[in-house]
Design a binder for this molecule. Sequence first.
Ligand SMILES: Cc1cn([C@H]2C[C@H](O)[C@@H](COP(=O)(O)OP(=O)(O)O[C@H]3O[C@H](C)C(=O)[C@H](O)[C@H]3O)O2)c(=O)[nH]c1=O
Length: 184
Amino acid sequence: MEFQKTAFKDLIICTPKVFEDDRGYFYESFNAKSFQSFAGFEPEFVQDNQSQSTYGVLRGLHFQIGEFAQSKLVRVVEGEVLDVVVDLRKNEPTYKKAYSIRLSAENKKQLFVPKGMAHGFITLSDTATFIYKCDNYYNKESERGLAYNDPSLQIDWLLDKQDIILSEKDKENTMLADLPSNLF
Ligand SMILES: Cc1cn([C@H]2C[C@H](O)[C@@H](COP(=O)(O)OP(=O)(O)O[C@H]3O[C@H](C)C(=O)[C@H](O)[C@H]3O)O2)c(=O)[nH]c1=O
């Protein structure tokens, strides 16, 4: 696995070593020891999630607060998404900054998203299957949503607005200015 730091603390791009042969391919999708030796900490994942989305579906930007805050290791095993995070950690120089990366079945890239970041993605292929590990359990009461189209974030979701599909819940997400400033 190759790891790359980003300008955001503990936001790490993980690119697996792929072993291809005439049967297909194999790769280790997570290895605690190699992650720990790069990052200096070992996430203790407790829950795996999987979702499938059609073209234009935008899920996010979501995060859990308090004792249920989650780090995530996200990847795409079918299709392609633009994955987006927003730093909500008030003491970081990247506070209120957004970062995006294309994740796809083809590039096999993964993103480790630390606690304190809002996370979401938009589906760029006909369908995309999104798989991720979480180091804390889902807790509905602790879940919060940040508006994908907050003008202060200037996130380029690549698709025209009329092509973006949101859940009813995500249509009601909060603008950054209306979130408490001491969340993380
Ligand atoms: C997240 C979650 C949801 N659910 C239930 C709650 C709803 O009845 C149903 C769909 O949930 P939701 O519409 O919140 O799913 P997504 O919009 O894909 O949410 C995810 O979207 C972005 C990409 C994220 O980063 C989060 O991990 C997660 O919030 O699954 C569960 O039972 N367990 C869970 O961990």
